[in-house]
Design a protein around this ligand. Sequence first.
Ligand code: PMP
Length: 440
Amino acid sequence: MTLATDSTIDRNQQLFDRARQVIPGGVNSPVRAFKAVGGTPRFIQRAQGAYFWDANGKRYIDYIGSWGPMILGHGHPAVVEAVQKAVLEGFSFGAPTEREVELAEAILERVPSMDMVRLVSSGTEAGMSAIRLARGATGRSKILKFEGCYHGHADALLVKAGSGLATFGNPTSAGVPPEVVQHTLVLEYNNIQQLEEAFALHGKELACLMIEPIAGNMNFVRASVPFMRRCRELCTQYGALFVFDEVMTGLRVALGSAQSVYARSIPGFEPDMTVLGKVIGGGMPLAAFGGKRAVMEQLAPLGPVYQAGTLSGNPVATACGLATLKEIGKPGFYEELGRKAQLLISGLQGAADKAGVDFCGDSEGGMFGFFLFKELPQNYAKVMTTDNARFNTLFHGLLDRGVYIAPALYEAGFMSAAHTDADIAETAAAAADVFKLLSK
Ligand code: PMP
């Protein structure tokens, strides 16, 4: 292809200019626009394994993996085959299929805290529906979330903390009337004292507490074990449903998801409801929410809580999800994925240490994060003290060297089964170069 070799033409820039004429900001999801980091977004032409290629034909090692779904890497042959077969059988029927039942069974087997699950098409839809169900099932209106956790862009969830504890949140987006978020309480992540005070004041009115157990929307911040234990105890004590948003962590940090990671430290630990997305669809639009039978049976057509979707349980998406689940269920899959994520973090740490740059990182299974700090942050306020300019230097330095990390400092990274130790060594070498710039 001539375009790929003609370095005078920047096809990414051309496409971005064209896109901005017809799509707001040139993108269909804001973070893709590189607004935080500046520069021209890369328009992706194709992907295979651990790599994708932009419109100029430049190759990148891909550490976003479509923001989590591509746990096997791109174009895994078994998944491609399943999708091709499904496409030939039909794109969408608007009537039930065996594959939906199979996928529901497969999800419940892996995340056994749920008795039943409903399939939808996006994490936003799943989170929004879980909140409605929690409210319907408890007959309560108030919900509790944490600053820095993202649960999709449903109105009631686009909220930041108010001016003090026990004040309800303020909308983070225009178009969300304050009345719509008046029932949403926002607290600091990992702050047990605030949590206890909030439950003492509002516990009996809370339909649910929703949490990202390992918050990937503030890069990578774990809920501490004592904090998680207290969340569980207080929800039980006050009759609020404990909702785990595992859209990102689900079947990503472990086959049993983040809840299985916490159950290692808190025996018998389970949330009441779980929200899933990303990995369960293997890159196709598919998400889910589920929980205990008594709660799930409140949903239409059985119960009074309405929820529906034309493309819910789509036959091509379920085929993609099922094929993905089959691969990730193979023995040793998560051990290897976790080993590689750790190898990456230690490689980056070594490079940063050598250059004298403050750095710390963490990972669980195939999800990782790192910060230009000496110590891992515990909450959103701390994450947001990151020096933007330094992060942007790191991001663009890596991008120039063919390594694509999330174009925002508050996003997690994702390892896939397709990444090799050689890819990781290449990444660490690129980082070593860039850290030299940061140490000056
Ligand atoms: N919850 C979490 C934890 C997420 O990370 C995301 C998306 N990144 C969502 C919900 C929303 O999912 P979607 O983008 O599929 O609507």
